[in-house]
Ligand binder design. Structure first.
Ligand SMILES: *[C@@H]1O[C@H](CO)[C@@H](O)[C@H](O)[C@H]1NC(C)=O
Ligand SMILES: [Cu+2]
Length: 250
């Protein structure tokens, strides 16, 4: 019985894996750095230290914007952060290398937020107060949703770290929002991923003001949105979370 239920659980995990994506690797400069591999890392004992915050066993979505999983990824709120960061110079790029991403999960992508870790990222959950600020976002251009762009671009999304933020440890919260079921309340699917970074160089800008959970509302017109009602540009669609923080330089 135990064996059978394990098999059934594995089958479910496999279905989720093929359905969505996760970030098993990132790239900074020409260096590849291990992310969180849901096929291996959750099963390793002790739990491996990764710069990408861990998830539970699947790559499923978050639909409840008030859940503490909305901060960093599904199942992450129950996991302690790892004691490591990846080093990136302010102004440099971090490539998020998703293992896969399905076409047709219409919605915004390249939604990137940062939060300065109070103390060290290893003891900072980022799920209270308003430490977050938005650094970039993409919605819809040339008839293509940004989420589909990830699928077309070898499942890769490139994030530029602002040149003039203060150096130190940060969480980078990278997110795809799938709205193919977004016309009903609670139908939007959030796929956030957090990376623990040490930013070097930089300047003195220290933006904040957004909260996860908190900033997103289930009935926000950017979240409760029908992607099938016509061209998103004509609908004046804007991603949730407001504009990019002011004063950032790239
Ligand atoms: C696609 O991304 C993978 C890493 O996720 C990389 O190894 C591969 O070289 C990339 N392919 C192309 C054509 O860029
Ligand atoms: Cu899906």
């Amino acid at each position: 019985m135990k064996f059978l239920s394990t098999l059934a659980a594995l089958a479910l995990v496999t279905m989720e894996v093929s359905a969505h994506g996760y970030v098993p690797q990132i790239k900074i400069g020409n260096q590849y750095i291990a992310g969180w591999d849901i096929t291996k890392d959750p099963y390793s004992n002790p739990r491996p230290s990764r710069v990408v915050r861990g998830t539970k066993l699947d790559s499923g979505f978050i639909s409840d914007v008030t859940s503490k999983d909305i901060t960093c990824s599904i199942g992450n709120s129950a996991l302690p952060p790892a004691p490591i960061t990846a080093t990136v110079a302010a102004g440099q790029t971090v490539s998020m290398l998703w293992n896969t991403w399905p076409l047709g999960h219409y919605g915004p992508g390249d939604m990137n937020y940062m939060a300065k870790c109070q103390g060290s990222c290893s003891s900072f959950k980022g799920d209270s107060g308003s430490p977050w600020f938005k650094i970039s976002q993409q919605a819809f251009s040339n008839g293509v949703w940004a989420a589909d762009e990830v699928a077309r671009n070898n499942f890769t999304s490139v994030v530029t770290i602002p040149k003039n933020i203060a150096p130190g440890e940060y969480l980078l919260r990278h997110e795809i929002l799938a709205l193919h079921s977004g016309s009903s309340l609670g139908g939007a699917q959030f796929y956030p991923v957090c990376v623990q970074l040490t930013v070097t160089g930089g300047g003195s800008l220290a933006p904040s003001g957004l909260s996860f959970p908190g900033t997103y509302k289930q009935n926000d017109p950017s979240i409760l949105f029908n992607v099938y009602q016509g061209d998103a540009v004509n609908q004046k669609y804007a991603p949730p979370g407001g504009p990019v923080a002011s004063g950032l330089q790239f």
